[in-house]
Design a binder for this molecule. Structure first.
Ligand code: N01
Length: 537
């Protein structure tokens, strides 16, 4: 039995969450080891290098707030930065705070077992490295476990096979090639216009149409940048006080409480601003079907105006889910791309994909010979990365068994039976429905305070109680039941993965309310957590 672990904390992941965790815990004097499966920092921005990849949150708030000099020194070139620039930013953060020295890269964790006798986590990586830590912090991201669809023959495609979330590091040229894209989620919507500019022909295989909003991306306006830098304190405070960790003005009216003209004007004004602001038009867009229908009508009219072929416009218009409750993609050129003579929309809802053989993708109605096949089918979201490794808690219980009916957590931070396991933007926290850098900073700061509390009070183990976990999970379910989210088959529910239990993985009660709750829990001596003195307590 080694009661003294090799590290105070092991952090898995080197994206926004992991880098900040390693920095913050290191500053507090903890011995921290970071483990990252990629060869370098970046997380989701390391892997998702497909053409057009960029962030759908504006860069001035999709960035770290923890260091004033960092936010003053860094200038974003675009309103919504593209993947190479965000990756450079994370590389800069790693250099600036000397974080790489705390990491072991190319280290895919394959097992994390809690050793009850010693109160330590025992970790193993794919290359045989082993270590132990008092606390384990998972910062593996909500959208990192790649989803390959179960299409017969797909992995043996005879041409060039690409997945948006595992894109090659060298440039991919589509000039003169026949390209197919499977999927029309946020990744595909960003990639399709760029691929269409190069390809001889592009076929988009769409199963479900999405509501796509404009981003209005453009170079950063120097005056706006100066204003942001002069007002960063207030901007970050607005993020912290908001429902989505974004600095938007909250809505004041219900959609049907205003006249049709006023409603149209509100949508038009927010459409012109671009991005997710559209949803701050009215208070009830996520809770009232009639209200939501007015927003759908606005976007439907835009699709009909933009797409020249009426049948293509019809196919591109969602008819099976309210707007906003499946993550809406952003792009400025998506709908107009379908007016290009070299782009075809294949409806694989009415004629499903059957198989792939050689270079031919076969649907129920046609055969498509392709040089390149781009698979944009997303992720086993929210729980996928954690469950892909063999996590075992007290009594050797597997997390996968514990979550056999879907994730249950306390505040998305801890799991009963898994002492000293902390999950950054974990299941049933606001996570993907909050601006990520703000959400990860809030979680990591809470964890840092918690680790300090444990150190100061000689607490060896901290673990959510069953009762607190059950109450939080029930509360999270109850909040979402009052919204329109259950009206879509979305990855928020795990519905994109065959056999995955259907449970909404995100707390939708709002980031500010959630943050206050976390603060109170800490203030009350970590209410809902059991604090243990040591291995033999
Ligand atoms: O993945 P998705 P994504 N046959 O799951 C289709 C974030 N993100 O990578 O809807 C045919 O959304 C599937 O169809 P259906 C963002 O949060 C952020 O695009 O299941 N089609 C769908 O169209 C986003 O929501 C940014 O019927 C199949 C598509 O593949 C999340 O990542 C940028 C199929 C998958 O869409 C995931 O986005 C990009 C099959 N067998 C992404 N299987 C930022 O801006 C699946 N599909 C930060």
């Amino acid at each position: 039995m080694d009661a003294q672990p090799q590290h105070d904390v092991v952090v898995i992941g080197a994206g926004f969450g992991g880098l900040y965790a390693v920095h913050r815990f290191g500053e507090l004097g903890f011995d921290v080891l970071g483990l990252e499966q990629a060869a370098d920092v970046g997380g989701v921005w390391y892997w998702n290098r497909y053409p057009g990849a960029r962030c759908d949150c504006e860069s001035y708030y999709y960035s770290y707030a923890f260091d004033e000099a960092l936010q003053q020194d860094w200038t974003w070139s675009l309103r919504y930065s593209e993947q190479p620039e965000i990756l450079r930013y994370l590389g800069h953060v790693a250099d600036r705070f000397d974080l790489r020295r705390r990491y072991r890269f190319s280290s895919r964790v394959t097992a994390a077992h809690f050793d009850e006798a010693a109160s330590v986590w025992r970790l193993r990586t794919a290359d045989g490295f082993e270590t132990t830590a008092r606390a384990l912090v998972s910062a593996m991201g909500c959208l990192s476990q790649v989803n390959w669809p179960d299409i017969p023959g797909l992995r043996d495609f005879g041409g060039r096979l690409l997945h948006t979330a595992q894109w090659p590091h060298e440039p991919v040229d589509f000039t003169g090639r026949r390209v197919g894209v499977i999927g029309t989620g946020a990744s595909a919507v960003q990639a399709i216009p760029r691929i269409a500019e190069q390809a001889a022909h592009l076929t988009v295989f769409q199963r479900t149409a999405n509501w796509v909003l404009p981003a209005w991306n453009r170079p950063t306006d120097p005056d706006f940048d100066a204003w942001v830098k002069a007002n960063y304190g207030e901007i970050r405070a607005r993020c912290l006080a908001s429902g989505g960790a974004v600095p938007f003005d909250p809505p004041e009216h219900a959609a049907l409480d205003v006249s049709e003209a006023a409603r149209e004007a509100a949508y038009q004004a927010l459409w012109a601003q671009g991005g997710m602001r559209f949803f701050s038009a009215f208070t009830d867009l996520f809770t009232d079907e009639a209200a939501n229908a007015t927003a759908q009508a606005f976007v439907r009219a835009h699709i009909e105006r933009t797409v020249q072929d009426p049948e293509t416009a019809r196919l591109l218009t969602p008819d099976d889910h309210p707007i906003g409750v499946k993550r809406p993609p952003l792009d400025d050129d998506y709908y107009a791309t379908f007016n290009r003579p070299n782009v075809t929309l294949a409806d694989v809802r009415s004629a499903p994909i059957l198989d792939v053989s050689g270079q031919v993708l076969r649907t129920a109605s046609a055969e498509h010979e392709l040089d390149d096949l781009v698979v944009a089918t997303g992720f086993d979201a929210i729980t996928g990365a954690l469950l892909a490794l063999d996590v075992r808690g007290r009594g050797g219980v597997r997390l996968a068994d514990r979550w056999a009916e879907g994730p249950r957590t306390y505040l998305g931070l801890g799991v009963a039976g898994f002492p000293n396991l902390f999950t950054v933007t974990g299941p049933l926290s606001p996570s993907v429905l909050a601006n990520m850098p703000t959400a990860v900073e809030q979680h990591v700061d809470w964890m840092a305070d918690c680790l300090e509390h444990m150190r100061a009070h000689g607490v060896a183990t901290l673990e959510a109680t069953e009762a607190a976990e059950a109450a939080w999970s029930a509360e999270s379910d109850a909040v979402v039941a009052h919204t329109l989210y259950p009206k879509a088959r979305s990855w928020y529910f795990g519905a994109n993965i065959p056999g995955k239990p259907r449970r909404f993985g995100v707390y939708v009660g709002g980031f500010a309310a959630y943050r206050e709750r976390c603060r109170q829990v800490a203030e009350r001596g970590y209410e809902g957590f059991r604090l243990g003195a040591g291995p033999n307590e």
